[in-house]
Design a protein around this ligand. Structure first.
Ligand SMILES: *Cc1c(COP(=O)(O)O)cnc(C)c1O
Length: 451
């Protein structure tokens, strides 16, 4: 591959051949499209040589920075052995070792690991497992799913079915399977106290379970923070209650930790904040430190055993992807987890989140900032037309997008979620780096909203 193309040449090829995901190509191609050439630590460098903070850690993936020598080495070492062999009917060394490792660090109930290549697939697998579990247990009527309004679980059809973001999901409605939905507590948009907000949400959940538990295979949710839904942080106590209700009504609890997992919220997994034990957990994103596409669905021995039997019983889990258990991916995931330990990364996230929280106070005071939400290094800044009335901007104004575009001019890349400006930096970001990133976002908000 020839490497020395000019920006203009690449842009022309981007325009002619490439369709970017979650991107309005018309807008993108008109506005100085960003073409990344390299990464160095927590920064991205584009083809024109401009340097930016990677404020979204390359879509919530990167843990230790880009171009990390230890992770690079883990891949090349594995490459000298083999890049890939299938996990369908055979196994490989890094996939086995990584499975053991994941079982060791996740809640006790989770004892088996099923791999895939993306968070959405991990969710599909979790749903299929839960569905078949009840079938094999002799209760096939428990076949539906309960999920949360405003949730995001990925973009494949099953994951969209349990998702609840109208802007992304409504267009596909007729393709989706039917699900039950309940509200996720969102105190900022609730008339009343946080406690009342929690109470109302729990009551709704309880009523739904009372009415439908006999038909429900599982409840799926994003524990502690709804990510793509706008970084909505769960009030304390809610998750624990949800777990108890699931147990009480015999509905499997599926926690989607694709975004929150691996230290993002200041704990290795968000489930730890409330010491809950899900029946199924989905992992992705930072599982490989942001290097390669590996995802995993973890489950209990009880669910695993429902599938375990003689060949003629036809209880084999007929699901798999070509690259499932990829050796390069699993090898870098193992090195990634070693780094978490060696660098005491969770402690680091806890410390620097405090620095971020302090810096965010100045953002929270701006006249067009409604709520600043944060759990660990998962940060969302909600823009509003008026902070007193909490009146939103017309979404067509694209205020979130405008602020992020301005931030890019000021040296930081991130993406908005509607009118929520997000900051999801690499976990190794230092206090001063976070201060600088937040100062850039603050400046961008001022320049756009007070123009
Ligand atoms: C990103 C995300 C997914 C989807 O993961 P992909 O790897 O993009 O398919 C699923 N669930 C949550 C909570 C996510 O944030």
């Amino acid at each position: 591959m020839k490497l020395e193309y000019t920006y203009e040449q690449l842009l022309e090829k981007n325009k002619n051949y490439l369709w970017n995901p979650f991107t309005q190509m018309k807008t993108y191609l008109q506005d100085d499209p960003l073409i990344i050439a390299r990464g160095e630590g927590i920064k991205l460098i584009d083809v024109k040589g401009r340097e930016y903070y990677d404020g979204y850690s390359s879509l919530w993936l990167n843990a230790h920075g880009h171009n990390h020598p230890v992770l690079n080495k883990a891949i090349t070492r594995q490459l000298d052995q083999i890049a890939h062999s299938t996990l369908l009917g055979s196994a490989n060394i890094p996939a086995i070792l990584l499975a053991e490792r994941l079982v060791g660090i996740t809640p006790d109930r989770l004892q088996k690991v099923f791999y895939s290549d993306s968070g959405a697939e991990a969710v599909e697998i979790g749903l299929k497992m839960a569905f078949l579990y009840w079938k094999y247990r002799g209760r096939p009527e428990k076949s539906q799913f309960l999920s949360m309004k405003n949730s995001y679980h990925g973009d494949t059809i099953g994951a969209v079915s349990v998702g609840g973001i109208d802007l992304f999901h409504q267009a596909f409605e007729r393709l989706l399977f039917q699900t039950e939905k309940v509200a996720y507590p969102y105190p900022y948009r609730f008339q009343g106290s946080i406690e009342e907000c929690v109470e109302v949400s729990l009551l709704e959940l309880k009523q739904k379970l009372e009415e439908k538990a006999d038909q429900l295979a599982g409840l799926i949710l994003e524990p502690m923070v709804q990510g793509a839904g706008g970084m909505i942080v769960m009030p304390p106590g809610f998750l624990k209650e949800v777990e108890q209700l699931c147990r009480q009504y015999d509905v499997l609890l599926i926690t989607d930790e694709v975004a929150t997992g691996f230290g993002r919220t200041g704990r290795m997994f968000a489930c730890e904040h409330e010491a809950i034990e899900p029946d199924i957990m989905t992992l992705g994103k930072k599982l490989t430190g942001g290097y390669l596409p590996v995802a995993a669905t973890l489950t209990s021995n009880e669910i695993y055993e429902a599938f375990y039997g003689d060949f003629e019983e036809a209880k084999t889990f007929y699901h798999g992807h070509s690259y499932t258990g990829n050796q390069l991916g699993c090898a870098v995931a193992l090195a990634n987890l070693d780094l978490y330990e060696q660098e005491n990364l969770i402690r680091h996230v806890q410390e620097v989140s405090q620095v971020a929280a302090q810096e965010l106070r100045q953002v929270a005071e701006l006249p067009h900032v409604g709520e600043v939400r944060q759990l660990g290094l998962m940060i969302g800044i909600e823009l509003v037309q008026d902070r007193i009335s909490k009146q939103s901007y017309d979404w067509k104004l694209g205020m979130g997008a405008k602020v992020c575009r301005k931030a890019r001019d000021l040296g930081l890349i991130t993406r908005p979620l509607d009118d929520v400006v997000t900051l999801m930096p690499s976990l190794v970001s230092t206090g001063p780096e976070l201060q600088e990133m937040i100062a850039i976002i603050r400046q961008a908000i001022i320049e756009v909203t007070e123009a």
